[in-house]
Every structure is written in C-alpha cells, then in structure tokens.
Design a binder for this molecule. Structure first.
Ligand SMILES: Cc1ncc(COP(=O)(O)O)c(C=O)c1O
Length: 361
C-alpha cells in the first residue's frame, strides 16, 4: 500500500528521549505555572538563537494577542492579507481593526511602498508577517514606524531559524510573536513565544501570561492564561536537540526541489531578498488557478497532498473583515501551492512530486 504524503509532518524526537523528560515531570509533579521545563526551554532557545526576553506561551495566536495587550494597542493595525487567519483574529480579539496593505509580488510580504498611504490618526501599529520564514523589509518598516510613532509586532510564526543581518529574525520589532505548532520547523505540539525588545515589555508579557500577577502574587493588571505546560515544553526540549538537523535537511530539500524544477516554464518562486531564510516551506506559483487545480488533482490522485497556503486572501473573508482591495494578494492566493517538505520526505518522493507537477502542467 502506498503511503500518503502530506504537505508536512511534525518533527518528533526519539520517543524514549521524550519519555525520559516526562518521567522527570512525574517525579516533580509540576505540570504548569512556569515550571522547570518551561524555564529550561526558554533559556535554551535564548542561548541557541542569541535572544533575550523570550516568553513561551500557549500558541502563536495568543503570542500575537499578548504582544498587543502588552503594548496597549487600541485602533487600526496595518497588516498583510497574505497570511493565516490567526493574524487577523488576534487583531480582532484585541478590539483593534485590521487594515490590509497589499503585498509585494516578488517577496509575498507586505509592500512597504503602500504602508504610508494607509496611516491615519487611528493607526497604532504595523503587523507584518515574515511569510514562509522570509524576512520582510525590516529596515524600511522600522523607519516608517519611527516616523509615525507606531509600534511594530512581527507575526514571526514561520520565522524561527531565519536570520537577518546575522541575528535571529525573532529579535526584531517591539515584539516578535512566533508559533511552535506541530507544523512548524521547531514544535512543542501547540505552543508559541513572544520575544520582547525591552525588559519592561518582557516583564509585562510574563505578568499578562499569568493572570496579571506580579512577583509577589499581587494582581497588578488585566491578564489571562497564556502559560505553556511542562508537557509541551518537554517536547520542545527533546526536539531542540535535533533542530540543526531539521534546518539543514529543509534547506537541502528546498534546493533539490529548485534544481529538479528548474527550467519549467510557467513556474515562479518566492524571492528571498532579505537575510537567510529557514526554508520551512516550498511554495510554487503558477500562471493561473486552472493550472494549480490540475496539478493538485494529479498529485492527489497519487496520494500526495500539497496545501494552498494562503488561500483565500484574508481581505476577502467578508464574514469577518470589511472588504478592502489587495489585488496582488488575491491573485497570488489563487495561484500558490506549497509542496510537501519535511524531514522524513525521501529524495525519491521529491523526484516523483516534481515529475507529476511537470506532467500536469
Ligand atoms: C502566519 C501565521 N500567523 C499566526 C499563526 C498562529 O499560530 P498558532 O497556530 O500557533 O496559533 C499561524 C499558524 O500557523 C501562521 O501561519
């Protein structure tokens, strides 16, 4: 029986290594409340990525919301329509209004030339996404934010492992919020993290994460429950040992796809213009949606399931946002497909996938 190939598969450590950490949890009896596994994973991530002020939280959506709470944002937030719905739902749950800025057709990230036209007296922040781990035009975004007195929160859900100017991509913005969901390059099953620019913001995020308690257990502000559990942190600790291998493997498979598909007429790719990408996805772009649907059908009939990331463009979800124009994002959304990419994917699988793509085009 042939196996199904999905767009991704979670990276998992050897089971016995995870079980050994679970035994420690059973010994301490500590399941949550900023326990030793969470603190250990925070410090190992900070060391590995040369970061400070990192707080582990329940998931990437909560990380975005906590960043907004910690910055006291109320008003309009300029963001990208080419993202997962969580970017918008986080903004809306914090009672802010998403304002869509169209994307750059080469990088698929927010089009910096279009941001300033959208700024008005209600604008409080910019929330760009480093789509597929490729850095946004950070320098220009931060210059615009400084000029207009705006906060910057990066939705860095895909960005762990990417760098910009030699530093982790997570180190930019007032806060970067990442996801450690099972589909991500580094995962804790469900999970996320906020990386804050200042110590005081970091302390505030930690208070908000824990119901608004300060060190003395006094309630000093509105908080909520954003805590990561020990069981999730233990999976992260076990996975972290293999992170460099996973990163290296993605890069070589990304380049294998590129080489195997090179010269195919009618295919284009994301331009990585800034920094070093973590190559966590392999998106391909067709000339039109019909070709994409043909290719998807051909792959599906061979038990291969790529994913339409991101479709449809967020500005078209009229049940949750007021429709705003974003023609570049709408066009890209209809034509982009992420091919399978994960550690267990075989070289022969990539060759088969590429053959099917070529034949169906
Ligand atoms: C761009 C983007 N932002 C935010 C999120 C939310 O992350 P989580 O699933 O950890 O809540 C995701 C999740 O996949 C995402 O792709």
């Amino acid at each position: 029986m042939s196996k199904n190939i999905y767009v991704t598969q979670p990276s998992l450590p050897p089971l016995d290594e995870y079980v050994a950490l679970l035994e420690e949890i059973w010994d301490t009896g500590i399941l949550t409340h900023n326990g030793p596994m969470v603190r250990n994973l925070e410090s190992q991530l900070c060391e590995k990525l040369a970061l400070s002020n990192l707080s582990l939280v329940t998931n990437g959506t909560i990380a975005l919301q906590m960043a907004m709470k910690a910055l006291d944002l109320k008003g309009e937030v300029i963001t990208t329509p080419f993202s997962w719905i969580a970017t918008v739902s986080a903004i809306k749950w914090e009672h802010c209004t998403p304002v869509f800025c169209d994307i750059d057709e080469d990088t698929f990230n927010i089009d910096v030339d279009k941001i300033e036209d959208l700024i008005n007296e209600n604008t409080v922040a910019i929330m760009p996404v480093h789509v597929f781990g490729a850095a946004c035009d950070i320098e220009r975004i931060e210059a615009i934010a400084a000029k207009h007195g705006l906060k910057v929160i990066y939705d860095a859900a895909h960005a762990l492992g990417s760098t910009y100017k030699g530093k982790s991509l997570l180190s930019y913005g007032d806060v970067s919020a990442t996801s450690l969901h099972g589909t991500k390059l580094f995962n804790t099953a469900e999970g996320g993290a906020c990386i804050a620019k200042t110590d005081s913001l970091h302390e505030r995020i930690n208070r908000i994460r824990f119901f608004g308690h300060d060190e003395s257990r006094d309630i000093v502000e509105d908080g909520f429950n954003g805590k990561m559990t020990e069981v999730h942190a233990a999976l992260g600790l076990a996975n972290l040992k293999y992170f460099d291998d996973v990163l290296k493997d993605r890069k070589s498979k990304y380049h294998l796809y590129m080489d195997t598909l090179s010269g195919v007429q009618g295919l284009t790719y994301q331009a990585i213009k800034f920094g070093e990408c973590n190559y966590s996805y392999f998106p391909i772009v067709f000339e039109n949606e019909d070709v994409l649907l043909n290719v998807m059908a051909a792959l599906n009939s061979n038990d291969i399931y790529p994913r339409r990331y991101f479709y449809p463009s967020l500005n078209t979800f009229e049940k949750v946002v007021s429709k705003q124009a974003a023609p570049v994002s709408e066009s890209l959304s209809k034509r982009i497909l992420c091919l399978p990419l994960y550690k267990g994917l075989q070289v022969s699988d990539i060759q088969t996938i590429c053959q099917i793509v070529k034949a169906a085009m």
